[in-house]
Design a protein around this ligand. Sequence first.
Ligand SMILES: [Zn+2]
Length: 73
Amino acid sequence: MYCPKCCSKTRVIGTVAGQTNERFRKCTVCGYSFQTVEAIKYDEYWKEYKESSIENSLHFNRIKKYGNLFTAS
Ligand SMILES: [Zn+2]
């Protein structure tokens, strides 16, 4: 996940695991720290989201790009 302040890469400094994962993240550039929640979504959601986003291809490409980044790292 990118820093909401400067859009640089962040690193996970702590995780509380459970049915939802809470992650504590810190920006590697500006030092801003924030918390994220990782939760289960429906499988069908992605398919619907993809189809509805084809009209807005810029947004879709951005999601694809982020997906590639995550699989590469
Ligand atoms: Zn930052």
